[in-house]
Write a protein that binds this ligand. Structure first.
Ligand SMILES: Cc1cc2nc3c(=O)[nH]c(=O)nc-3n(C[C@H](O)[C@H](O)[C@H](O)COP(=O)(O)OP(=O)(O)OC[C@H]3O[C@@H](n4cnc5c(N)ncnc54)[C@H](O)[C@@H]3O)c2cc1C
Length: 479
């Protein structure tokens, strides 16, 4: 048995684990990271980056087909699936390479390979032959795709998860995508735009992170117009049918059946906790089995164990995982002098088209805490710049607090939501009032003029501003 005694052990070398390592190492050189799989992170290998590469190819095809509207003819668009996937894999490997370079710069003595599990609150077993005794431990083990019960047995290798997509060497003829969260929405549309026959199955009408009924209605209309979307159905059975699969589902329109080359399940991700033997660590767990922790310190209960990244199940997003890692790693390194860190305003983006963004508090969160708030809205149907670019689809809903006039959040499905979402999250983070936001400059003609229209509506609803002038011409047409 090999034995190591260290100040800090970090389990999982993803985004959170890597930033935890850097932060903890500012305090101590007595440190190990433990990784059970290949280095490279979920983000670079099977997450943010390869999904955006696939979407970029899909957008190129879509733009070419849509050019006719402008009098530009590129009707004979041909998608070469092998070339599409070759670029996705090559660029993905490049991004993974950057991560590998970073990890390989760390001293070899700081890196252990193998699955880690707890033997007691201060001891980890790594594989079969290594024990690590650590004063403090950071759990940064990420998440894995959750499979609906029985589907693997029913479909075998015809059941895919998002990880599988990015290793494809060619595109399938058809895919049933189960799950209309961010990953399902992004992949379904990208594949449809690349010529794959797609049907996307959701539950309860939910689409990505949207909760505002007006934004959801706009999203249903936009995506339903482009590909086969079943936002509120139950998949009754999935079964092998020769070298394909047969999916049966039912909803308001009755029962249906369709044959696909494969099923891609995007029905959520579960925290990688099962193999850690948490019971031996004596950590407090919530009803989901996730360690009870403080988001501002990363600390689990009053233990010397910290948690960071998607495994913590707070905000499973890249920038949050990096922040979590920094906070948990810093505190594991500096223990017992723990520091509480302010967190950033919430921001979630889905890279479908129209894009989705939720910034600050969502509509549902405001309703759940009985907030006294008002909403403003703009439709992009006639918004000048959006219309110029033929991206005039969707709606932006902005929320402000009655007592203070503070801007508290927004939900958007519409053009450039990845950028507007940032402005909105920054405004929440800076505690800006709606007045403050309206006092900022707005160029012409830009999509942000639509944001200004929504904010004027909101200020009126908060009884802090005048009736907005319909089709205001103060900055040109189509504001
Ligand atoms: C398809 C897809 C698209 C995404 N797109 C976006 C996006 O556009 N924007 C965004 O912000 N986020 C996106 N995300 C989410 C983002 O990728 C994650 O938030 C982020 O990668 C989480 O990092 P992490 O460090 O928590 O986990 P990971 O990077 O998964 O790292 C966890 C590591 O722990 C290791 N591990 C697990 N168990 C053990 C064990 N017992 N012992 C040792 N090691 C272990 C794993 O092998 C893994 O390497 C996407 C995710 C997916 C799947």
């Amino acid at each position: 048995m090999k034995r190591h005694a260290v100040d800090v052990a970090i389990v999982g070398v993803g985004t959170a684990g890597m930033s935890a390592y850097t932060a903890a190492r500012a305090h101590t050189d007595s440190i190990v990271v433990i990784e059970s799989n290949a280095y490279g992170t979920t983000c670079a290998r099977v997450g943010c980056m390869p999904s955006k590469l696939l979407i970029a190819a899909a957008e190129a095809a879509h733009r070419a087909r849509a050019a006719t509207l402008f009098g530009v003819h590129a009707e004979s668009v041909r998608v070469d699936g092998e070339a599409v996937m070759a670029r996705v894999r090559a660029e993905r490997d490049r991004f993974v390479g950057f991560v590998l370079e970073a990890v390989e710069r760390w001293p070899a003595a700081h890196r252990l390979c193998g699955p880690a599990r707890f033997l007691d609150p201060h001891t980890l077993m790594v594989g079969d032959d290594t024990q690590v005794e650590a004063q403090r431990i950071v759990i940064a083990t990420g998440t894995s795709p959750a499979l609906p019960e029985g589907w693997r047995e029913a479909l075998g290798e015809r059941l895919l998860v998002s990880d599988d997509v990015f290793d494809w060497t060619r595109l399938p003829e058809s895919v049933a995508v189960a799950g209309a969260g961010a990953i399902g929405l992004e992949l379904a549309q990208a594949l449809a735009r690349l010529g794959v026959r797609v049907r996307l199955f959701g539950r309860g009408g939910r689409l990505g992170p949207l909760t505002d009924p007006a934004a959801l209605a706009a999203a249903h209309a936009a995506f339903g117009a482009e590909y086969a979307l079943e936002p509120d159905v139950r998949i009754d059975t999935v079964a092998r049918d020769g070298d394909a699969v047969r999916v049966r589902w039912s909803g308001q329109g009755g029962a249906h059946e369709e044959r696909f080359a494969c099923v891609l399940t995007a029905t959520g991700r579960r925290p990688n906790l099962a193999g850690l033997d948490l019971a031996r660590a004596g950590l407090p767990l919530d009803a989901r089995g996730v360690p009870v922790h403080d988001r501002n310190t990363g600390r689990i209960g009053d233990s010397q164990v910290f948690i960071a990244g998607d495994v913590a199940q707070d905000r499973p997003l890249l920038h949050e995982a990096a922040d979590d890692g920094r906070i948990a790693g810093d505190n594991a390194g500096r223990y017992p002098d723990i520091r509480s860190q302010r967190r950033r305003a919430a921001l979630g983006i889905v890279f479908c088209e129209p894009q989705i963004a939720v910034a600050g508090e969502s509509y549902r969160a405001l309703c759940q805490r009985n907030a006294a708030f008002a909403a403003g809205e703009v439709s992009f149907a006639d918004q000048g710049r959006s219309r110029v670019m033929a991206m005039n689809v969707g709606v932006l809903r902005v929320y402000g607090e009655h007592a203070s006039g503070r801007f508290v959040g927004a939900e958007m499905v519409g053009p450039a939501a990845e950028h507007i979402g940032h402005l909105l999250a920054w405004a929440v983070h800076q505690d800006m009032t709606v007045d403050d936001m309206l006092a900022c400059p707005y160029y012409h003609p830009v999509i942000e003029e639509g944001l200004r229209t929504a904010l004027r509506e909101l200020n009126k609803a908060l009884m802090r501003g005048p009736d907005p002038v319909p089709r205001s011409m103060d900055c040109g047409p189509g504001a």
